[in-house]
Write a protein that binds this ligand. Structure first.
Ligand code: ATP
Ligand code: MG
Length: 346
């Protein structure tokens, strides 16, 4: 009798980065990150590009969660050292200047290693002190997981154009070696996430590409395929009282097209609707209408200057393929075209 009282919760997640067992797919991306930063010979960095709400933060948090079981060692190129690895997360979206950037990395290191170093007035010096502690004394190679990197670059280049070029040049040189540590080898790698790919970002902000010198491997984060959506559903609905049919998954894929956030959102709408609407036709119409309204609200919420060009273009392609009726397409396209014009300028 008590068993009948268990209310099964909607398993889909769309309000925050996914964590733990909710993290789905991305094996290839994780593989590439590890190969580039720690498993390869030369401890490189990687630039991950993806639309809004595609799963950048989720991916970085997932890599961060690997700290517990990751026991591979790193031998920085040109040394005979054998170092442990620390995956250190840092969101730099709110950083206003270089000092705050380095203090954010410092804070990430402090959270990870829980060291007793005092925070001084100079962000860069704090960072160097912490890296010395970590690399020399604790014998760790650090992989910084730097979320929202392009937002930070935009902030600093907005103020003065050379600031960003100089900052990137300095960071590139630190990635090669930190003079203050004087070991002649790499001490850390970075995994950057961004809405823009690196070329786009440099061009849009007038940053001198050669001058900045940041060398990174590029990775574009992908949307889920229909097969993957089907796998995601299986995973999330493992304990559910009912299951979606292949044709229902197709309904989801036709609308959300594998865009991770919209996929979870659509599945969530379907889950709630299916529990209360028994007529199949009525159920399908209801979720389509709800999805359309949600989609429209979301893009309005992301709209204006906040929406990266890359996301905007992807959304336009997406709406053109959507199957939510002509009226919906016309209205939403109009909104997107207004954003597009505003972005392109006169
Ligand atoms: N690996 C994943 N497995 C399942 N769902 C995911 C995954 N990655 C992303 N999602 C879906 O996308 C949503 C957004 O994820 P996340 O916050 O990581 O994206 P983001 O790219 O960092 O977004 P933003 O551009 O706002 O920073 C999640 O709430 C979830 O619905
Ligand atoms: Mg994010």
């Amino acid at each position: 009798m008590f068993n009948d009282n268990t209310i099964k919760m909607n398993p889909f997640v769309y309000n925050s980065p996914v964590r733990g067992k909710d993290f789905f797919n991305r094996e290839q991306a994780v593989e590439k990150i590890l190969k580039e930063t720690v498993r390869g010979k030369s401890q490189g960095s990687i630039w991950i590009t993806g639309e809004r709400q595609i799963g950048k933060t989720s991916l970085l948090r997932h890599v961060q969660s690997m700290n517990d079981e990751f026991n591979e060692k790193v031998t920085p190129y040109g040394t005979k050292k054998s170092l442990d690895v620390a995956f250190v997360f840092a969101n730099v979206q709110g950083c206003e200047n270089e000092d705050e950037f380095y203090n954010t990395l410092w804070q990430g290191l402090k959270d990870f290693f829980d060291f007793k170093l005092k925070k001084g007035a100079n962000g860069y010096k704090n960072f160097i002190n912490a890296m010395t502690e970590v690399y020399i004394r604790r014998k760790y190679f650090t992989v910084f997981l730097i979320d929202e990197f392009d937002a930070f670059i935009e902030t600093i280049s907005y103020k003065e154009i050379h600031t960003a070029t100089n900052f990137l040049a300095k960071l590139s040189s630190l990635l090669q070696e930190i003079d203050e540590i004087d070991e002649g080898s790499k001490t850390f790698s970075c995994v950057f996430t961004a809405n823009h790919d690196i070329k786009e970002l440099l061009t849009a902000n007038g940053i001198d590409n050669r001058g900045s010198g940041l060398i990174v491997e590029a990775l574009n984060l992908k949307w889920f395929t229909q097969t993957q959506v089907s796998e995601l559903v299986k995973k999330y609905m493992k304990d559910s009282d009912f299951q979606f049919t292949e044709s229902e998954i197709e309904l989801c894929f036709k609308s959300a097209q594998g865009y991770p956030y919209f996929t979870q959102k659509m599945l969530s709408l379907m889950y709630d609707a299916k529990k209360i609407i028994t007529n199949d036709k009525q159920y399908r119409n209801t979720v389509k209408v709800e999805f359309g309204e949600m989609f429209k609200e979301t893009i309005e919420d992301w709209g204006g200057d906040n929406m990266p060009m890359r996301t905007l273009k992807k959304l336009i392609e997406m709406v053109q393929k959507m199957d939510l009726g002509r009226q919906f397409t016309v209205v939403v396209m109009k909104t997107l075209e207004i954003y597009l014009r505003a972005k392109m300028g006169p």
